[in-house]
Design a protein around this ligand. Structure first.
Ligand SMILES: [Zn+2]
Length: 320
């Protein structure tokens, strides 16, 4: 039984790997840019990226288990069925691909947000909590649902695609093909879009002035930076994003009755700006508001490293 595992977090822009202990301590990390090359079999170029990142950490050893978090819908067999930000990997069976490259590797694969949920459940903000939802804010929104202590996987393995709950059928078009998905409002892309709308409507005069008077060039980061410095006009946009964040959390709570929502992902300190106004908005949105125990809505313990940490836990599970 290995005391070390490698967790790999595959994204549309980079492949990040970490050599991790059972207790979740990161020993060493490696990363490289993601290759977007069409291959036969699908995902071969990504498998080569993953193996290179792994080899940097453990050489050619095969006695260290590997866990991989992938950015899309994973079948119960561990095949990446649909990855909107990494389409060249659609259909990739990464355990098989890696074994073809290096026979003997023990490889387990899961959705990246499910990996983040596993990391928070075992090691982080949801330790000891049997019913919670992990919400990862990045360019989009990922999700992992844990009920009665177990990750919910669904018929196909596709459960927890919470970013594509439709909150406004007349809303903006989503890369998934639908309109008004939750992630169009409450994510990095959502902040950017609501910022441009507010700028065009004249509600961000100071930020537009900073961008030389061009409302369309106001970026999401401009808003989060200004909001962190206390700018009223920027905080008003954050409040709007937080309202949408709360709206989605309220829908999830109506279905799942979780006691905790953990907010993670790559948006960093934007989470700290969003949580207080989202908590206030949420209060009036939950059915039976005063009759139910308060829903905890907390920031994740781990940031971008959550995916690799959770993937490593998956790897340890496979060799127990
Ligand atoms: Zn969508």
């Amino acid at each position: 039984v290995s005391d070390l595992a490698v967790g790999v977090d595959v994204g549309g822009t980079k492949v990040a790997a970490a050599l991790v202990t059972r207790e979740g301590a990161i020993v060493q990390t490696s990363r490289r840019p993601t290759t977007h090359t069409v291959t036969t079999p699908p995902g071969q170029a990504t498998a080569v990226d993953i193996l290179a990142a792994v080899t940097e950490l453990i050489g050619e050893r095969t006695d260290v288990p590997i866990g991989i978090g992938l950015p899309g819908m994973m079948t119960r067999r561990g095949v990446l069925a649909y990855a909107p930000n990494l389409p060249t990997a659609n259909g990739g069976d990464f355990a098989a691909l890696l074994n073809a490259l290096r026979p003997g590797l023990v490889v387990s694969c899961a959705n990246d947000a499910d990996c983040a949920a596993l990391a928070e459940h075992r090691l982080g903000a949801a330790r000891g909590v049997d019913n919670f939802v992990m919400v990862t804010l990045g360019t989009g929104i990922g999700g992992g649902v844990v009920l009665d202590g177990k990750l919910v996987r669904g018929t196909n393995g596709f459960a927890g695609e919470i970013g594509h709950m439709v909150l406004d059928p007349q809303g903006p078009l989503c890369p998934c093909g639908a309109r008004g998905c939750w992630e169009r409002f409450a994510s990095g892309a959502g902040i950017a879009r609501l910022a441009r709308e507010a700028a065009a409507a004249g509600r961000l005069p100071a930020l537009v002035a900073l961008r030389g008077g061009d409302a369309q060039s106001v970026r999401g980061e401009d808003v989060t930076t200004a909001a962190a410095e206390g700018s009223e006009e920027a905080l008003a946009v954050i409040d709007e994003v937080a309202w949408w964040l709360a709206r989605g959390v309220a829908n999830l709570t109506a279905i799942l009755d979780v006691g905790l929502v953990v907010l993670g992902g790559g948006l960093g300190d934007a989470a700290d700006l969003l949580i207080p106004p989202a908590r206030r908005a949420l209060h009036g949105m939950l059915e039976g508001g005063d009759a139910r125990p308060a829903l905890r809505f907390e920031r994740a313990q781990f940031a971008v490293e959550a995916g690799a940490l959770g993937a490593a836990q998956l790897a340890f599970d496979a060799v127990q």
